[in-house]
Design a protein around this ligand. Sequence first.
Ligand code: PEP
Ligand code: MN
Length: 265
Amino acid sequence: KLVSKKWKAKPTSVDLGDGVFIKDGEMAIITGPCSIESEEQIRKVVNHCVENGITMMRGGVFKPRTSPYAFRGMGIDGLKLWHSIASEAGVKIVTEVMQTSQIEEMYPYVDIYQVGARNSQNFNLLDELGKVDKAVMIKRGISGTIEELLQSAEYVFSGGNEKLILCERGIRTYERASRNTLDLNAIPILKAKSHLPVIVDPSHGIGIRAYVPQMALAGVMAGADGIIYESHEVPEKAYSDGQQTLDFAQSARLAAWIREIFAKR
Ligand code: PEP
Ligand code: MN
């Protein structure tokens, strides 16, 4: 496979411009709400990022929701608004693309296209992202194996897009005490098998706010090249995933811990 270390030994460095990289040897921190909700919310999160030296912000404008009646996101207008505020502040945008028809309209406003867990094996979407000159982060499927994640990455990489990042976000197991089971094992295994950077999402991985920081730090120790986690000014009022979302004080503390642990790794 082209994404395997056997084919390319040198770790892939994903350059987002303006000195922002996701690569082996650095620790990327990406935070933001589950959903982009309003201009006011965008400004607050962007400020939070800037104040804490966080150069990448996450947030969904097209949301894959289990219930069709749940908030589905602000759509392309939300992304345009977010981009105007974030780019001004020098903050990069990580957001989910749900279908091929969105790729082009999103292109000018996104820095990393996120492929969500539910679309991890949407091979038409992966094929199209293979043709794009912009970074892609693929999340592991809800019940996806490590091998399946690598095969999904292979679709994009073999299509010609080598700006690729893998994301462990927990898998569905028999355990119901946590939302998902964060597979820490996947991190050293993916790092050993592939030259692509690996990011850990402890928010979806455990789904319980109080335990997000320790799982994030466990991810750092397991060898991750970055952590992506959800934050919001008032998590209890978030439109989605509030139960696993950190407030700004918790997020600032976690970002500092991530850097501290990474420096000692
Ligand atoms: C998200 O990042 O908010 C999200 C929907 O993640 P996942 O696809 O991992 O469930
Ligand atoms: Mn979420």
